[in-house]
Write a protein that binds this ligand. Structure first.
Ligand code: 8YV
Length: 305
């Protein structure tokens, strides 16, 4: 469905007859010709499977996705049609949590901005302004799934107080559960979004939540751009109604609102949470294993439902 690594592409080509849809200038025409015979799809989370493509594949039996955020795959339609869907669950939480912490530290200690400062030769003129302490502060986590839990685990090494909000209280953790997102934001010095994307969480972080986070609060997003009302975030950043933000995901990525570029209190990353050599290899191994398991045994290893 989209380019994967050359290694995975070669492995898929060795086991299956593959159609590289992204290479087709006329994808609908191509699917009209070949769609009938396609039984499996390999894709990546940001691409998913467009509903029109899923509809053009009447023989589809399995979708194997590189990633855990399956908001670009219509899981309900898949379930109704008996199509198995697999994500690479369990492969990337630590790396995404690492990036969340990199963004938290960068927001607080302004490493990216300080780097720009040194490179611009400004150090010789004046000392860099003081930054904000991260250790010992209050960390609010929106969504305590696997990634949220990894973020919380890392926070203990920074002596941070942790509270979270979630659809329901999470089992097996001692962190404080706050059912009201606005209250969590009010309490937090740093608010990290680790919730799944999709319709249920669309614009969950709105002007009200940002107002509650307040002028000393920082927002970090490593989940999906759709979870944040970006216009409200930009307004809050421009007007100093929150202190700053660290963003790995955007509403219309890879195109990002130009206004972000001029803000020194925002750290921008190009959706790279799972983007390490080790993790991508583990993700792609599992994508392949899911396809093989389905076609050999009738069941993917790590199903979405
Ligand atoms: C990757 C992701 O960006 O797992 C997800 O939900 O968004 C990411 O891991 C993606 O799979 C890269 O292709």
């Amino acid at each position: 469905m989209c380019p994967l690594s050359p290694k995975l592409d070669a492995a898929l080509a060795a086991d299956f007859q593959i159609h590289r849809l992204w290479e087709q200038a006329d994808a609908p025409g191509y699917l009209e010709q070949y769609g009938q015979r396609i039984t499996g799809v390999a894709t990546a989370a940001p691409t998913g499977v467009m509903p029109s493509i899923m509809a053009a594949l009447p023989a589809l039996q399995v979708v194997s996705c590189r990633g855990v955020g399956l908001d670009k795959i219509d899981l309900e339609a898949a379930q109704q049609r008996g199509i198995q869907v697999a994500g690479t669950f369990g492969t990337l939480s630590d790396c995404v949590a690492d990036l969340a912490f990199a963004l938290l530290l960068d927001c607080a200690r302004q490493l990216s901005a300080a780097d720009r400062y040194v490179r611009a030769g400004k150090w010789q003129q004046a000392r860099y302004p003081l930054t904000t302490r991260l250790s010992g502060k209050r960390l609010g986590i929106v969504g305590l799934g696997q990634i949220g839990r990894m973020v919380a685990k890392r926070a203990s090494g920074f002596d941070m107080q942790v509270a979270y909000t979630n659809r329901r209280r999470a089992d097996g953790v001692a962190y404080r559960f706050e059912p009201e997102l606005v209250e969590l934001a009010r309490w937090s010095d740093f608010l990290v979004i680790a919730a799944a994307g999709g319709a249920d969480t669309h614009h969950l972080i709105d002007a009200r939540v940002l107002e509650a986070l307040g002028p000393n609060g920082y927002l970090v997003n490593v989940s999906r751009g759709s979870v944040v009302d970006e216009a409200a975030l930009l307004e809050a950043l421009l007007e100093g109604r929150i202190a700053g933000a660290g963003l790995d995901v955007f509403e219309h990525e890879p195109n990002i609102a130009q206004a972000f570029l001029s803000l020194d209190n925002v750290v921008l990353a190009p959706h790279m949470g799972s983007g390490t050599v080790e993790t991508r290899e583990a993700m792609e191994d599992l994508l392949l294993e899911n396809l093989r398991a389905f076609f050999n045994e009738g069941q993917v290893r790590t199903p979405a439902f």
